[in-house]
Design a protein around this ligand. Structure first.
Ligand code: CUA
Length: 169
């Protein structure tokens, strides 16, 4: 089969570009551990507040010395809780769902970007390595109050007193 010389160059260029993309994708998964957040569970949105539901009590809980869990719900047009404080160095797992319609959760400066769908539980973990105030926002358009849907993670500069007494250092 005859392939025109110019066409051959273009085919080679395209193949090389796709090769670079494939290598980047491969590196992101294997080297950098990037993964898509996947739904880890389901919950009937009408049962979210019911006794025994994992969302019956929202807020921060300490798992061990510097590990925390935040149980958070999204609803038109707020997050509950809208403000969370953790000491610097904390590894925090967010366990989230939506009470009504599709919302989003994007956390400033950290690798968390979730879609919150009613009926699905989303989980993501990140470590807060530097102190500061980091905003999280809903980034799925959800109606007239969408732009008011945000909150903050406040990372305190020093580990809190109870984490200091808990450790040996
Ligand atoms: Cu919730 Cu936009």
């Amino acid at each position: 089969m005859h392939i025109d010389e110019l066409e051959r160059y273009w085919l080679i260029a395209v193949a090389m570009t796709l090769g670079v993309f494939a290598a980047a994708l491969f590196a992101s998964v294997v080297v950098f551990g990037v993964s898509l957040p996947s739904p880890v569970g389901r919950i009937d949105p009408r049962e979210i507040s019911a006794e025994g539901s994992q969302f019956a009590e929202t807020g921060l809980r300490q798992i061990d010395e510097n590990r925390y869990e935040v149980v958070m719900t999204a609803q038109m047009w707020s997050f509950t809780p809208a403000e969370v404080q953790v000491p610097v160095g904390s590894e925090v797992t967010f366990i989230m769902t939506s009470r009504d319609i599709t919302h989003g959760f994007l956390l400033e400066g950290h690798d968390i970007n979730l879609m919150l769908l009613p009926g699905q539980v989303a989980v993501a973990t990140t470590t807060f390595k530097r102190p500061g105030t980091f905003a999280f926002i809903c980034h799925e358009y959800c109606g007239p109050g969408h732009h008011n849907m945000f909150g903050y993670i406040i990372v305190e500069p020093v580990p809190s007193a109870d984490t200091q007494t808990g450790g040996d250092n």
